[in-house]
Design a protein around this ligand. Structure first.
Ligand code: UDP
Length: 479
């Protein structure tokens, strides 16, 4: 008979993509911190990426283990070692990865049956639909973890479960999401990236995800109640399930190392980065980072660089993929011109370390949900620049619901894909979020309040802390 978290063993299956792996590793550490045993199951390449964080947790006497499963990549036609979505050369190869993930069901079952203590609960990404059946066979609950927050989750649910998209003719037509409290307008293309306009095999995969989610025992969301109280309640009703908001989980990272080495190896020495930030005035720096998946053209990169230069605001700019052409432009005078007030990070930035520094006052984000929440937690306004999937809805949440952000793409251009945003617009947006009077100040104050709420939610007795206790109790009650 289980009576405390110490009697529980959670098995976590994170999707192999940074925006899903990173929060799952945080969730694992939070659960282990409460005394539970936690096993994370992933592939060798992904295990190597998160091993330092897990090693630190083990050193701190937390009961966490990483176990590995091999994807049959050659069988589905993907190159060996291509184990993360950020390593797949193009989006149209994603279904091959899903096919390889489907083949993990039996090997995963073999691992789970050999675990000691026996697993008491599976928390798995919604893109592993077979984990619902696996949990059933093991007679344990399965909770779903899905990337976005409750607002976006609910909007996607409405879009997927009504006829609304079929009623709209053109991909670029705007419509209002029906049945929600705020007036949210998106185009069909922006709302449809989740199973309605994809290929036949992807539509089938999304349908399996839906079925598996319906059969799951609860939903774990990286959000906090005070951020979106109505949407948490509406999501519970729409899904007819328990929903536990247990975030922002990034706030569980308190030490320098935990904040600095989250995800990939950083493209900058983290100590140098802090030293530089320490020389700057509070809330004076803008941080630019467009996530782990989205890519921009060289022309767009140059416009960003020039816009930042024109704004005269100190900045840290993370550039994920440079090309020969863009490197040439950076080295041909740009880096030299901005060296007194700009830091360029190539590859991966220590995002949470940077965002949590008091010198940072604004964030240009692609609106991935983790970045959105990390920006909220830091109490700073955002410049929103969505590129794909749920990012468009997350943008609307930041701008229209939270009112703590400014869209970089102008209203008239938002129905077009891949619009080139000019340097003048970037300069204007940077100045507007950094502004310390008028509208800018109202936005800053709002963002500051949200940041304080986020921190309170994660403290002992806060809403997310309590939700985590309730989720644990829910499992104890079932055993
Ligand atoms: N991230 C980071 N450094 C980078 C890019 C991303 O630390 O240079 C982290 C970021 O803090 C977040 C995650 O990677 O936790 C990205 O997740 P998100 O949902 O924001 O977007 P995605 O990359 O999945 O589109």
């Amino acid at each position: 008979m289980a009576s405390s978290p110490k009697d529980l063993h959670f098995v976590l299956f994170p999707l192999m993509q940074q925006g899903h792996m990173i929060p799952m590793v945080d969730i694992a550490r939070i659960l282990a911190h409460r005394g539970a045993t936690v096993t994370i199951i992933t592939t060798p390449v992904n295990a190597n990426r998160v091993r330092p964080a897990i090693a630190r947790a083990i050193e701190a006497n937390l009961k966490i283990e990483l176990l590995e499963l091999q994807l049959s990549l050659s069988e589905v036609g993907l190159p060996e070692g291509c184990e993360n979505f950020d390593m797949i050369p193009s989006f149209d190869l994603f279904p091959k990865m899903y096919a390889a993930m489907d083949m993990l069901e039996q090997p995963a079952e073999n691992i789970l049956r050999g675990l000691n203590p026996a697993p008491s609960c599976i928390i798995s990404d919604n893109q592993f639909p077979w984990t619902t059946d696996l949990a059933r066979r093991l007679v344990i609950p399965r909770f779903v973890f899905h990337g976005p927050g409750c607002f976006t989750y609910l909007c996607l649910h409405i879009v997927m479960n009504t006829n609304i998209l079929n009623e709209i003719e053109s991909d670029s037509d705007y419509f209002t999401i029906p049945g929600i409290a705020d007036e949210i307008q998106v185009t069909k293309a922006q709302a449809a990236g989740w199973g309605k306009t994809e290929t036949k095999e992807m539509v089938e995969f999304f349908q399996r995800m839906e079925v598996a989610e319906k059969a799951a025992d609860g939903i774990v969301v990286n959000s906090f109640h005070e951020l979106e109280p109505n949407y948490v309640e509406e999501l519970k009703k729409a899904k007819d399930k328990k929903v536990w908001c247990i975030g922002p989980v990034s706030l569980h990272n308190r030490s320098f190392l935990d904040k600095a080495s989250r995800g990939n190896k950083s493209g900058i020495d983290e100590h140098d980065c802090l030293k530089w930030l320490n020389t700057k005035e509070p809330r004076s720096v803008i941080f630019v980072c467009l996530g782990s998946m989205s890519s921009i053209t060289t022309d767009q990169m140059i416009e960003i660089g020039l816009g930042l230069e024109m704004s005269k605001v100190p900045f840290i700019w993370c550039i994920r993929n440079t090309t020969k052409e863009s490197e040439k432009w950076l080295l041909d005078g740009y880096e030299e011109r901005v060296k007194d007030r700009g830091v360029i990070v190539r590859g991966w930035a220590p995002q949470v370390l940077i965002l949590s520094h008091r010198a940072v006052g604004g964030f240009v984000t692609h609106c991935g949900w983790n970045s959105t929440l990390e920006g909220v937690s830091s109490g700073i306004p955002m410049i929103t620049w969505p590129h794909l999937a749920d990012q468009f809805l997350n943008e609307r949440f930041i701008v229209d619901v939270l009112k703590s952000g400014v869209s970089v793409v102008e209203v008239g251009d938002r129905d077009k894909v891949g619009v080139l945003v000019k340097k003048e617009r970037i300069k204007l947006c940077v100045e507007s979020v950094m502004e310390r009077e008028g509208e800018g100040e109202v936005r800053r104050k709002r963002a500051r309040e949200l940041g304080e709420m986020a921190k309170r939610a994660m403290e002992e007795g806060g809403s997310s802390y309590v939700n985590m206790s309730l989720m644990i109790q829910d499992i104890i009650d079932r055993l």
